[in-house]
Design a protein around this ligand. Sequence first.
Ligand SMILES: C[S@@+](CC[C@H](N)C(=O)[O-])C[C@H]1O[C@@H](n2cnc3c(N)ncnc32)[C@H](O)[C@@H]1O
Length: 284
Amino acid sequence: MATTSEDSSPFGGEDGWNGSTGRHWVEHEDRHDRMLTSLTTRLIQAADISAADRVLDVGCGCGETSRIAARNAPEGEVLGVDISEPILARARARAQQEGLSNLRFQRADAESVPLPKAHFDLAMSRFGVMFFNDPRAAFRNIAQALKPGGRLAFLCWQEALQNEHIVVPFSVLASYGALPDIGAPGAPGPFSLADPDRIRELLTQAGCGDIEIRPAQERLRVGSDVPDVLDYFRHHPAASGIVGGMDEATLSKALHDLEAAVRPFQTPDGVFLGSSAWLVTAGR
Ligand SMILES: C[S@@+](CC[C@H](N)C(=O)[O-])C[C@H]1O[C@@H](n2cnc3c(N)ncnc32)[C@H](O)[C@@H]1O
């Protein structure tokens, strides 16, 4: 089940993704797609989609990876599943613009949605599998929807401290007295699958084998210039708990410090910060 309104984390599930976190995700769709370009390429290579594949995209967001899968599987079908209605509205609009008739979306919690058994050739996800309340149930549910011999391919983040795009902005904000809201240890959040042993354990109990967990390190283009990136971080869901409590003078000082921290990463092509993900593949 998704989390309830009692869970104040912006990444806790139903409320955050259907509320301000979801709005943030839609507003910054193009930024995120561009930011993740090189990681997306790695995921799609690992997913190795064939023309007739049936593909499940878990936590599909605004649907960039679903659309790529649909283009790569013109004789197959793609189902994007996501818990957030505002995000899916964007995904549906984009797929319609492209006229992708083999792609559909379903609003559902991937943890509990009744998926057809042994139906899909591939389940994939670009950073959409770290937000489950019950990851055991979720990975079991996803794995049983794969045909025997079907594949799983997903990206998830390594530890926050290995991710410059988190460390640079949030160490500044944390110096103002509060930690960013990125999920408590073991709770749903961007870093809940940072431990490869945990990934291996979850996938094994779900009935997967041939598990490979490879590091994927890329520089992310977070924005065009320093003011753009500052505005992005300032309104980031994980920052709202810190920034929201600041008076005007403190906020102005924090933004000044943030600007100084981000400036060294400006290049003629934009502001780039490092990232470390896991690229996970497995078979059923
Ligand atoms: C970090 S975003 C990634 C979105 C997309 N895969 C992308 O790369 O742009 C995480 C996505 O997972 C979705 N999500 C969170 N919990 C979920 C759940 N239990 N079931 C299905 N989707 C979920 C969110 O609504 C959000 O769209």
